[in-house]
Ligand binder design. Structure first.
Ligand code: TYD
Ligand code: MG
Length: 445
């Protein structure tokens, strides 16, 4: 079988034997990507009818998942690593992907994990392992970039698990383009997927998310692999969130929380404590809510600052909160409650660098705003949960009992909530509010 490389336009499918900046067919710029074309000598001419099977006749096979014992990791993976699966772990450079993967290897040391790096020297890996206190025997390390050799090595060594760090540094000899290009990334991943499926060895592909590389980053691999997890973190904060983006074997809502310390990533079993400030008594402009991340609830503190603006347009600045949602909530407060933010600058910040996406935080954001506007504190040990509608009505949000239980666990004594909360939660007093104005009377002292 002869192979040759062709350049295929990702927009219209135009094929060219050499690379072109602009596609002559559709005019798209930079859309030609190198691919390997197999010159099929024996073109099949006959067709055969295939035999579909009834869905109910398929025997259920239970796969034994490999549990690392790092609970925050296993949960995101859907309960452990599935044999023969390929997982992409994406994230910004420096977030801690290599660290997490090396710690994972340590947990599987008795299965002879193979850590292949195309980015670092063996000494650098050794140094990192020392820093992480990894002393287990059994972890194999290799520096290599040629994917064909890597595939052969995996087949001959038969390790229990393989880490490729990173997919952007790997290359296939048959392609002319540089490693890191879309063609190379896709080709190398396809080779490794094949190896994983043939051998049943789970493979992890580390993928950097780079600014221009959204293209050649984990995104282009999403459809080829079984699981895509993303490692997120703000530079200034030590905590890291591992999030499932795609999971053929589990839920994609799950998150795992870690903290980067001097000796590696530590699991954070109770993330709520991360996002609440240590202050003993409430300060004006702060309110606490409970949000849902995956199957868990997290308590989050919202901080607002309202001050008279200088000249021109008043400012609305948010960190970790949707800017448009803030504008909407301010509009509701002005229109339905007659409050005046017109000549005020408004700042909203979510403590601890958390990014709030849950509408259940609405009441708490409004409470923080009003508390800041009137310079009055919020009632102590009270959490506010619920969505605010345009008429100022309060709406129920999902998993209310999970949220209330988390609040109770952290010592909150009461919760301001929309009507019709199923009263299953224990240890927390429910204060039902029918509209925003009622909620704020209960919250702001
Ligand atoms: P790394 O795993 O190399 O990130 P990535 O592979 O995603 O690019 O780790 C990045 C940062 O983590 C690095 O700046 C140093 C820091 N770090 C610690 O704080 N503690 C540690 O024990 C280790 C190994 C790294
Ligand atoms: Mg790295």
């Amino acid at each position: 079988m002869k192979t040759r490389s062709v350049y295929v336009c990702q927009e219209c499918g135009y094929r060219s034997l050499k690379w072109l900046g602009k596609c002559p067919s559709c005019g798209a710029w930079g859309a030609l990507v190198e691919e390997i074309e197999r010159g099929d000598d024996t073109k099949r001419t006959e067709h055969r009818a295939l035999e579909p099977v009834p869905l109910t006749s398929i025997a259920q096979t239970t796969v034994e998942r490999l549990r690392s014992g790092i609970e925050e990791f296993d949960r995101v993976m859907g309960g452990g690593i599935v044999p023969g699966s390929v997982t992409v772990i994406g994230g910004d450079p420096g977030v801690g992907k290599s660290t997490l993967m090396l710690q994972l290897c340590a947990r599987f040391a008795q299965r002879n994990p193979l850590y292949i790096t195309g980015e670092e020297s063996l000494e650098q890996i050794h140094y990192r392992a020392q820093r992480l206190g990894i002393e287990q025997e059994g972890i194999l390390v290799l520096t290599e970039q040629a994917v064909e050799d890597i595939a052969a090595t995996i087949a001959s060594q038969a390790p229990g698990i393989v880490i490729i760090d990173s997919i952007q540094t790997m290359y296939g000899r048959q392609l002319e383009s540089l490693s890191g290009s879309i063609g190379q990334v896709r080709y190398c991943a396809a080779q490794l997927v094949q190896v994983a499926k043939q051998t049943g060895i789970p493979i992890f592909l580390v993928g950097h998310v780079t600014k221009e590389g959204m293209l050649a980053g984990p995104k282009v691999l999403e459809h080829m692999v079984d699981v895509v997890i993303q490692f997120e973190g703000e530079g200034n904060y030590a905590y890291r969130i591992l999030r499932a983006i795609k999971n053929r074997y589990g839920s994609t809502n799950e998150i795992g929380v870690f903290e980067m310390s001097k000796c590696g990533l530590a699991e954070v079993r109770n993330p709520s404590t991360l996002f609440l400030s240590d202050r003993a008594t409430p300060a004006p402009g702060t309110a606490v809510t409970a949000v849902i991340e995956g199957s868990r609830a997290l308590l989050v503190e919202i901080q607002a600052l309202v001050m008279q603006s200088g000249y021109g347009m008043p400012q609305r600045v948010t960190t970790g909160f949707d800017y448009k949602r803030l504008q909407m909530l301010i509009a509701v407060l002005e229109r339905r409650l007659g409050l005046d933010f017109i000549r005020c600058d408004v700042f909203v910040n979510i403590a601890g660098g958390f990014v709030l996406r849950d509408p259940g935080a609405d009441i708490a954001v409004c409470a923080a705003l009003v508390s800041a506007l009137h310079n009055r504190t919020i009632a102590e040990r009270v959490v506010a949960i619920g969505e605010v509608g345009l008429t100022g009505e309060l709406r129920q949000v999902s998993s209310m009992d999970t949220r209330l239980n988390e609040a109770a666990k952290l010592g909150f004594s009461s919760a301001v909530v929309p009507p019709a909360v199923p009263i299953q939660s224990v240890g927390i007093e429910l204060c039902t509010a029918y509209n925003l104005s009622e909620a704020l009377t209960k919250l702001v002292m």
